[in-house]
Design a binder for this molecule. Structure first.
Ligand code: ATP
Ligand code: MG
Length: 303
């Protein structure tokens, strides 16, 4: 049985305008994997998470969590999941301790279990020292970590986290990733969204790229990177024309004051770097990143 499965999931919002947020999404997430949804703003990631976490009804299609139907067995689904929503609004007079401890009690833990779970979770996100401050007095990232801790303190099988690391500093983000990977090693299933491609590439077992309500790519980071023919990137700082390269070539992208050139084979990439260095320009090459592939796929440059 899959941890999460959606079959032709469709969501149409009827507000002032009609928005087709999901146009038939099929996603299967295995037990014990860390699965990441990537996609530009408005792609439908939050809509998908809200449906499978029983907070929003789909327009059409089916979805199952641990084999339970989100439409007809929402209470069963809720017993198996912990959710961190994208827009965190904390209760200002709650402390991080209360968030982790009382939510664990509400989930049916004994006082002792809840205490242990809260302590472990708050230490994991490095909020232990701030555990008795009210959320009103915490910074944005600290509040977010309090919410993450309250989810981690639960003994759920499946964690659904909508941009858990947005607004967190680099040290806190690495911490959260380490904790999440540790949970996966213990057999938990994690579904999350992020816009930080480098991290998605490093931590995910599999990912799906959603674009305008449709899954346009799915697989391991390596499988997704194979979807584009260019395998290397050269970054050049300086005037491209002096390298005999034209700026309106579709292999060339401007990034700030630098240029990224996408190249199929390594010899050609090294040749361009060599030429650039001879002309006194700074240049370096590396293999393409998930972010390069994301930009190409979402920009419509599929092969
Ligand atoms: N309550 C709503 N009523 C109408 N349209 C909505 C509603 N919620 C979301 N949408 C629209 O549905 C689409 C998908 O939104 P969603 O929040 O799922 O995107 P997302 O992938 O999570 O984006 P982001 O990366 O910005 O969080 C967008 O076009 C959005 O404007
Ligand atoms: Mg979102």
């Amino acid at each position: 049985m899959e941890a999460v499965e959606s079959i032709n999931l469709v969501k149409v919002y009827h507000s002032k305008e009609i928005v087709e947020a999901l146009k038939g999404v099929n996603i299967s997430i295995r037990k014990g994997e860390l699965y990441t949804l990537l996609g530009p703003n408005g792609a439908g990631k939050t809509t998908f998470l809200r449906i499978i976490s029983t907070q929003l009804l789909p327009t059409k299609g089916e979805a199952y969590v641990s084999g339970y139907d989100v439409l007809t067995q929402p209470n069963e689904v809720r017993k198996h999941i912990a959710v961190v929503p994208q827009d965190v609004a904390t209760y200002g007079n709650f402390t991080p301790w209360e968030y982790s401890y009382y939510f664990s009690l509400l989930r049916g833990m004994t006082k002792r279990e809840a205490k242990e779970a809260a302590e472990k979770a708050l230490k994991a996100v490095e909020l232990w020292d701030l555990r008795n401050r009210t959320c009103a007095t915490l910074s944005g990232g600290e509040k977010k970590r309090a919410i993450i801790a309250s989810a981690l303190a639960s003994n759920s099988d499946i964690f659904m986290l909508d941009e858990p690391t947005s607004g967190l500093d680099a040290v806190a983000r690495r911490n959260v990733w380490a904790v999440l990977r540790g949970m996966v090693e213990q057999g938990k299933t994690i579904l999350l969204t992020t816009h930080i491609m480098e991290e998605a590439e490093m931590v995910s077992d599999r990912l799906a790229i959603i674009h305008e309500g449709t899954v346009i790519a799915e697989g391991t980071p390596e499988q997704i990177k194979r979807l584009v023919k260019e395998k290397f990137r050269v970054v050049v700082d300086g005037n491209l024309n002096s390298l005999g390269l034209v700026e309106n070539n579709n292999r060339v992208v401007k990034f700030g004051s630098k240029w990224i050139i996408y190249i199929k084979d390594e010899d050609e990439a090294l040749e361009i770097v060599g030429t650039a260095l001879k002309k006194g320009l700074r240049a370096e090459t590396a293999t393409i990143t998930l972010e390069d592939v994301f930009v190409k796929l979402v920009g419509g440059e599929t092969d």
